[in-house]
Design a protein around this ligand. Structure first.
Ligand code: GDP
Ligand code: IMO
Ligand code: MG
Length: 427
């Protein structure tokens, strides 16, 4: 059995949750390795929808182990409310099958407050449009070496000391820069204690849990969040998230060797969407953009914001291929394109008088490229009930084949609806 990494190849919301839920069937353990509850992964099983922000998308499969790795940032209140919701649906969320790494960093209320204060102080085109979940400030504290790790929740005296220390600096910012009330460290500590008590049973050594799965002959499924072009190094900086979203981080963010990563699946939406600020070369501001938004139900699974929509960008895809080394593409939402007379894909950019095949790397350069499009004929057939490659309309197959040629990666899976069952192999 091979271990699989699933990652987003665009700007997030490619349908990672759906594919992870489907692949979880054949895996022993599902591991989140980066990001936090900025993620919103939607699973649809038998018509019932479930959105997960923190808990790995394998949780609906009884008996599968779900691990939250060290590379994740975890908001205790969100984790607890997510397990409560799942428990009400009859899902087993006991510590027997759900573990948080002791090394995972904890999102504190002051991280969320700082995230929101910073965003509101930015104006116009400089707004990142963060999810306001405290993701950036929590990763900052990790790198600044004053973060609170999940294991600290089991050590009240250390927790109190760290909260006091963190607020010494942050309260200066709140007061002097953002004109906000300073936060009371003792209140934050007291509020955190009951949450910490409930989190304690879930704390564990995720590296050991992974080794045990491997030793027992089981396979691992690493679930990426966000997308390659939101990666803090490789994305459209500064309009990015604060974690490393590329496939290589599956090892470091969960505490195992990169030699365990066998199959790497790039999730690609058949067109492009983006939530929040930042450049988006193939964005559509016309009726076709509205068609994709409406037909695709493109609203953020975390913040409910309308997603910006545009044509597929194979420059973005090619960059994802060279950064992540995918063994295959899983193309989602192909059904959404039905009914369009013609479909465009961006094959290259014109930038500063030259034709380029990869994104230029200077800050905000992506805002100044001109997409070079190819136009292909569309199809009218409803794809929701298609169950095999051979049953796809010829034009849909041609579109996928062109995607393979332009990205240099073969399609492995095709998804034609939100349900777990609406997926089939390339054939
Ligand atoms: P993620 O963040 O990558 O897991 O993606 P989201 O869950 O945020 O957004 C993807 C949306 O598309 C969800 O509403 C899914 O239920 C839905 N979805 C996934 N695959 C398909 C598909 O093939 N067709 C359609 N119509 N919807 C899909
Ligand atoms: P999933 O896993 C789409 C975007 C935000 C914002 C930027 C920074 O569901 O694909 P942050 O709160 O992370 O500091 O915000 O990143 N963003 C996402 N966009 N899908 C996501 O996750 C996202 N997570 C963050 O909209 O532009
Ligand atoms: Mg999402």
């Amino acid at each position: 059995m091979s271990n699989i990494v699933v990652f987003g190849s665009q700007w997030g919301d490619e349908g990672k949750g759906k594919i992870v839920d489907m692949l979880a069937q054949q895996s022993a353990a599902i591991v989140r390795f980066q990001g936090g509850n900025n993620a919103g992964h939607t699973l649809v099983v038998g018509g019932e929808k479930c959105v997960l922000h923190l808990i790995p998308s394998g949780i609906l499969h009884p008996g599968k182990i779900c691990l939250i790795g060290n590379g994740v940032v975890l908001d205790p209140a969100v984790f607890l409310s997510e397990i409560e919701t799942l428990a009400k649906k009859g899902v087993d969320v006991s510590p027997k099958r759900l573990m948080i790494s002791k090394k995972t960093h904890v999102i504190m209320p002051y991280h969320c407050a700082l995230d929101v204060a910073r965003e509101s102080s930015r104006s116009g085109g400089t707004k990142i449009g963060t999810t306001g979940r405290g993701i950036g400030p929590c990763y900052e504290d990790k790198v600044h070496r004053c973060g609170i790790r999940a294991a600290d929740l089991a050590d009240p005296e250390l927790l109190r000391k760290k909260i006091v220390h963190a607020l010494e600096e942050k309260n200066v910012l709140f007061k002097a820069l953002y004109g906000a009330e300073p936060l009371d460290p003792e209140k934050i500590f007291q509020d955190m204690l009951p949450l910490a008590e409930r989190i304690k049973p879930y704390l564990g050594d995720v590296s050991s849990a992974i080794q045990e799965v491997v030793a027992g002959g089981g396979s691992l499924l690493f679930e990426g969040a966000q997308g390659t072009h939101l990666d803090v190094d490789h994305g459209t900086y500064p309009f990015v998230t604060s974690s490393t979203t590329v496939s290589g981080n599956a090892a470091s963010g969960s505490g195992c060797s990169p030699r365990l990563l066998d199959r790497i699946i790039a999730i690609v939406k058949a067109y492009t969407t983006r939530v929040g600020g930042g450049p988006f070369p193939t964005e559509l501001f016309d009726a076709t953009g509205d068609y994709l938004q409406n037909h695709g139900g493109e609203f953020g699974a975390t913040t409910g914001r309308k997603r910006r929509c545009g044509w597929l960008d194979t420059v973005v895809l090619r960059e994802s291929a060279r950064l992540n080394g995918p063994t295959e593409l899983a193309v989602t939402k192909l059904d959404v394109l039905s009914g369009l007379p013609e479909i465009k894909l961006c094959a290259a950019y014109d930038y500063k008088g030259a034709r380029v095949l990869y994104p230029p790397q200077e800050e905000n350069a992506m805002a100044h490229v001109t997409p070079v499009y190819e136009t292909m004929p569309g199809w009218n057939e409803d794809l929701c009930g298609v169950t095999s490659w051979g049953d796809l309309p010829a034009n849909a197959r041609k579109y996928l084949e062109r995607m393979e040629e332009l990205s240099g990666v073969k399609v492995g899976l095709v998804s034609v609806g939100p349900d777990r069952t609406q997926t089939f192999p390339r054939g």
